[in-house]
Design a protein around this ligand. Structure first.
Ligand code: V1S
Ligand code: CA
Ligand code: ZN
Length: 393
């Protein structure tokens, strides 16, 4: 009826768990797991599930989480209980154990289940890629790129991406990690700082003193110590407020095109954080659904097995639009779907406009000032080109 059919010549799998979406970080907290419900509702309303293999993912086991995280940290994460009265405010509790329990990474009901389900979806996706049952595997509930080996950070407790990449590395000699969340993918970068088998590339808003997490400068390319094989294998693309689709597309294609040519990855892990969209509650860019999706389309055209992860995204209606459009790209039906949202979409009124592609004016009223001069973007491409001379494929 919808005209959505299975893509020809490749297989797409979709990994999610409705239990994950029931968790709450707290009333004022920007991370709303419900955005996953809204995204799925739109994806299903378009009939896209008929074109994919759909899996309800299990929770990752303790041993699977321990492939990256320290057991001290996992044991604590498994036993901490939410405060009966939220204590909040780091100022009252400056020595948070493992950075847990502050306002960014609060302790909430079912926290451990939430984290292990996110990691479970990422691992299931990785295994479908390794077994060649999927060419693209989608885990919109994953993408929590700030979590460290023994520390929570920036709404992230378990680094499902690192765990999934470790799985990919059992089958693929080299994996490319790409991160289009508006924040720097510091946790993934750090985890693979000392290997030349993973190249990381994050595009992000960079302002060391005023924007989280404050890392990811252009010349932070991995510790340059003499015998570190991971040197030069971290690419950082620091950006300013207001970057547009056209500029981002130029940068992305240029930089990712060069990296793939040189590094020749066997698999790609693409974090599709939707907080880089215009109108995001925490973000600063002017990207539209089309420009965000163009990154996914570019990667797909390279015909390299790929996992699509979610990540940030704090204006749920725009998150749902982006991840729906990107799902349509994965299954090759982006030109077939009606840009008018299906009449029967649950919570349709949440979307405000009835289109998948609202204009900047519709999203923002007035677009944010673009503070990315063309010259600076050319310098970034130049730096990356020079950096890649040190990289072997
Ligand atoms: N920007 C931002 C922001 N907003 C919040 C926040 C706001 C309200 C709350 F009730 C709780 C937290 N925290 C931050 C950032 C963290 C951003 C994490 C992004 C995650 C991701 O999208 O990349 C991936 C899922 N934290 C900070 O800026 C740190 C503070 C320095 C300032 C804010 N306060 C609340 C904590 C300390
Ligand atoms: Ca990023
Ligand atoms: Zn983010």
């Amino acid at each position: 009826e919808s005209g959505i059919t299975r893509p020809k010549g490749h297989n797409v799998s979709f990994h999610c768990n409705p239990d994950m979406e029931q968790h709450h970080f707290g009333m004022t907290h920007p991370m709303k797991p419900w955005r996953l419900t809204l995204s799925k509702s739109l994806i299903y309303s378009y009939g896209m599930s008929f074109a994919m293999d759909n899996f309800v993912t299990r929770a990752a086991t303790y041993e699977e989480l321990a492939s990256f995280h320290s057991t001290d940290y996992l044991d604590f994460l498994g036993t901490v209980l939410p405060e009966p009265v939220p204590r909040d405010l780091e100022s009252q509790n400056p020595d948070l154990k493992f950075n847990l329990g502050g306002s960014d990474c609060p302790l909430f009901d079912g926290l451990y289940d939430y984290c292990s389900m996110s990691a479970g979806s990422a691992l299931d996706a990785a295994r479908k890629i390794c077994s060649k049952q999927s060419d693209i595997a989608i885990a919109w509930g994953g993408g929590l790129h700030h979590a460290k080996k023994a520390e929570a950070s920036g709404f992230c407790y378990i680094n499902d991406i690192v765990i999934a990449i470790l799985e990919l590395l059992r089958f693929y000699p080299r994996v490319l990690y790409i991160d289009i969340d508006v924040h720097h993918g510091d946790g993934v970068e750090e985890a693979f700082f000392s290997t030349d088998r993973v190249m990381t590339c994050s595009f992000h808003k960079y302002d060391p003193n005023n924007f989280f997490p404050g890392t990811g400068a252009l010349d932070d390319n991995g510790p340059k110590s003499e015998h570190n094989p991971g040197a030069h294998h971290a690419v950082n693309v620091p950006l300013n407020d207001g970057i547009t689709d056209e500029q981002y597309d130029m940068l992305f294609n240029n930089i990712i095109g060069r990296i793939v040519e040189k590094f020749r990855p066997g698999a790609i892990a693409l974090q599709c954080g939707a907080d880089s969209l215009a109108g995001d509650r925490l973000g600063r860019f002017n990207l539209q659904v089309q420009g965000h999706g163009a990154c996914v389309a570019f990667c797909k055209r390279m015909n390299i097995p790929m996992i699509l992860f979610g990540g940030g995204g704090y204006t749920p209606r725009n998150v749902a639009r982006a991840w729906t459009y990107e799902t349509s790209i994965a299954i090759d039906c982006q030109d077939k779907i009606n840009p008018i949202l299906p009449e029967h979409t649950p919570w349709r009124e949440q979307f405000r406009q009835d289109t998948l592609f609202p204009t900047l004016e519709q999203i923002l009223g007035e677009p944010r000032q673009n503070r990315n001069p063309q010259k600076r973007l050319q310098d970034i491409v130049q730096h990356v080109t020079e950096q890649l001379r040190f990289v072997q494929g």
